[in-house]
Ligand binder design. Structure first.
Ligand SMILES: [Zn+2]
Length: 258
């Protein structure tokens, strides 16, 4: 039995001699894993079509022990992205986070579109992005991914009293990233000291970016401090999401946002 799909290659790990275990996200099948035979041999024709951050058309043969990648043809290789350190950091961190938040069997064309959208934007950047801009683009994509995977952070109402926020500064609790009123925070301050102050402007920027197209993260104007504050807030949301895979990517994500 064969399965066909458009996929983005998330990861490629060595698997036995000359083989690789490829982790991909398919537009129609979600998270997929298959073994590509012989791609580590010099004469392999498949190897150049199976690099992480490529979009490819694949045919996978279902097997008893493991699925086998029968055919792979790269449809987009995002070449420019690979030549820029900032773009690579954004895309690499996002792929790590993406894999960590997906579960086998969950199909979501919207997540696939978000993934290719991010790769496309990182590939089309006219120049090396500033660190703050790179972090903001990653944080914006991460927020959209959290929304799609059921971990949507609550930015408009208090996690303790459930009343909506007005134009006020709020706090983000260190334990689970929940955002609460300054007044409500006083009741839990002893148990959860050092909650981060989130200025009203930072929450406004985050809400805007969450609702707008991903590209807006490149166009929005603001101070590098406000961009850094949005990124840190999103990083605290990410840290609270349950692990579905070994957190191999958290170190890159921490470098990106922490
Ligand atoms: Zn409250």
């Amino acid at each position: 039995m064969y399965l066909r799909d458009h996929v983005v290659i998330l990861r490629s790990d060595p698997f036995r001699e000359h083989d690789r275990r490829i982790v991909m996200f398919g537009e129609s099948h979600g998270l997929l894993e298959a073994v590509a035979r012989g791609v580590d041999r010099k004469e392999s024709k498949q190897a150049g079509h199976l690099l992480p951050m490529m979009e490819a058309e694949v045919m996978i043969a279902k097997g008893a022990a493991f699925d086998k990648l029968a055919v792979a043809r790269a449809t987009r290789s995002y070449r420019t992205l690979r030549t820029r350190l900032g773009s690579l950091a954004i895309a690499g961190s996002f792929l790590d986070l993406f894999e960590r938040l997906q579960r086998p069997g969950i199909v979501d064309a919207g997540s696939y579109a978000l993934l290719t959208d991010l790769l496309d934007i990182a590939d089309r950047l006219p120049e090396e992005p500033s660190i703050e801009r790179a972090k903001l683009l990653f944080a914006t994509a991460a927020m959209k991914l959290l929304d799609r995977t059921g971990f949507a952070p609550q930015l408009t109402r208090c996690g303790l009293c459930y009343d909506g926020f007005r134009e006020e500064d709020v706090r983000q609790l260190p334990q689970d990233g929940t955002i609460v009123h300054e007044d409500c925070y006083r009741s839990v301050r002893t148990a959860q000291p050092n909650a981060m102050l989130i200025p009203h402007t930072v929450r406004t920027v985050a809400r805007f970016l969450r609702d707008e197209s991903l590209e807006k993260a490149l166009l929005i104007t603001g101070t590098s401090q406000s961009f850094a504050a949005v990124s840190s807030m999103v990083y605290r949301f990410i840290r609270q999401t349950p692990l579905t895979h070994e957190p191999h990517g958290m170190s890159t994500i921490a470098v990106m946002l922490g």
